[in-house]
Design a protein around this ligand. Structure first.
Ligand SMILES: Cc1cc2nc3c(=O)[nH]c(=O)nc-3n(C[C@H](O)[C@H](O)[C@H](O)COP(=O)(O)O)c2cc1C
Ligand SMILES: CC(C)CC(=O)C(=O)O
Length: 371
């Protein structure tokens, strides 16, 4: 089985998992400082699972460092004033070019799990991508808030189950499927190995429970063989636009496009899979070049500041997705914490836009970077 064996939770006795339960807005100077605060609230092995990356965590650090090698041009005499940060992605209008990346097990961070995240995203005017290995079922997560929502799928080795999951997502009103292709096997994650980490019972993924509460399909593991046919399978069984997530090379982008992807999510899984690969931000321009605007590009891995959002959009992304800071905000303040995280990065982005002479998100896309 790929990944960190969330299925193990199903076979473990009930245990207490004392994690975040606060419901409050957060006073933030930036998103980076959230990590230290969240470490005090989330049980240590759960925190390591969230914060950690593969092996030496070189790529995890590089995801941040790469943003420092490109600079924004200051433009203060353009006569432009920021109007708004709204944009449209795959037909959904959102208040900012920032969405929430799919992450498993929000119950690891907060008792409200994905319901809190969905509500926080909706309150901030953006969308949440619900993971296959979410704590709540995809139906429960959908019911938690109005507004656009995406469902992320990992294909298991049980195609009947895969097809059912995709049909459930469509029936529950999801607007798009994010098909994650960068976990043909779980990465080498030293922290998790050291901690013997498996998903706690409090975060056991409910999408895998049958009507009588028995685990289904998850013991079959995730598919290792992924190709154009897999993309076609996800398209056919969902009838929804399919974003292929985990693309870090132009050749994979071209393959996904040829297979009918409606969007591409450039990502190295937040440095959690193959250590020693370049930062996601470093490979973004070459992928944007290969895609040539034929489908929207979503970018994730390492985004923490408004300047990062600006630089990603100026490098070819249409929107960015935020990972870990959302779980930290959730742990510290529930749905209001998630809203605070999104509002903080939007506030930063507005300031950067004004100082760089960009009145709209489209203006950012037309801006060049220095370096
Ligand atoms: C705790 C955790 C769980 C994750 N689970 C999933 C998942 O279930 N499906 C998926 O496609 N990506 C998953 N990811 C990867 C994120 O979608 C995203 O690519 C990454 O977190 C972005 O990097 P960032 O955390 O630096 O913003 C997970 C990431 C984290 C931190
Ligand atoms: C079950 C895991 C594969 C979930 C995941 O994507 C991650 O931990 O990064």
């Amino acid at each position: 089985a790929a990944g960190r064996n969330p299925q193990a939770a199903a076979s473990r006795p009930a245990e207490t998992w004392q994690t975040g339960s606060a419901e409050r807005p957060l006073q933030l100077a930036n998103l980076l400082e959230l990590e230290e605060a969240a470490a005090k609230v989330i049980p240590a092995a759960g925190f390591d699972y969230i914060a950690g990356g593969a092996e030496d965590e070189w790529t995890l650090r590089e995801n941040r460092a790469a943003f420092g090698r490109k600079q924004v041009a200051q433009r203060v005499l353009t006569g432009k004033v920021v109007t708004d940060t709204a944009t449209t992605i795959l037909g959904s209008r959102i208040a900012m070019p920032v969405i929430i990346a799919p992450m498993g097990g929000h119950g690891i961070a907060h008792v409200s799990a994905e319901a809190g995240t969905a509500r926080g995203a909706a309150a901030a005017g953006t969308l949440h991508t619900v993971s296959t290995v979410a704590t709540l079922s995809l139906e429960e997560a959908a019911q938690a808030a109005d507004g656009p929502r995406w469902f992320q799928i990992y294909l298991t080795n049980d195609d009947g189950f895969n097809a059912e999951l995709l049909q459930r997502a469509r029936a529950a009103g999801y607007n798009a499927i994010v098909f994650t292709v960068d976990v043909p096997v779980g990465g080498n994650r030293d922290r998790d190995r050291r901690n013997g980490f498996v998903y706690p019972a409090a975060a056991a993924p409910r999408n895998f429970l049958d009507a009588s509460g028995r685990p289904r399909a998850i013991d079959r593991g995730f598919k290792s063989r992924l190709d154009a046919d897999s993309i076609d399978f996800v398209k056919r069984h969902s009838g929804l636009p399919v974003v292929v997530k985990g693309v870090a090379a132009p050749d994979d982008a071209r393959l996904a496009l040829d297979a009918g992807a409606a969007g591409i999510q450039v990502s190295n899984h937040g440095g959690r899979q193959l250590d020693g690969t370049p930062a996601a931000f470093s490979v973004l321009p070459a992928i944007a070049d290969a895609v040539q605007g034929r489908v929207p590009l979503i970018f994730d891995s390492g985004v923490r500041r408004g300047t990062d959002v600006f630089k990603a959009l100026a490098s070819g992304a249409d929107v960015v997705a935020l990972g870990r800071p959302v779980l930290y905000g959730l742990a510290l303040g529930g749905w209001q914490g998630v809203q605070s995280v999104l509002q903080q990065i939007e506030r930063e982005l507005r300031t950067v836009m004004q100082l760089a002479g960009a009145a709209t998100v489209d203006d950012i896309r037309r801006t060049g970077l220095i370096g």
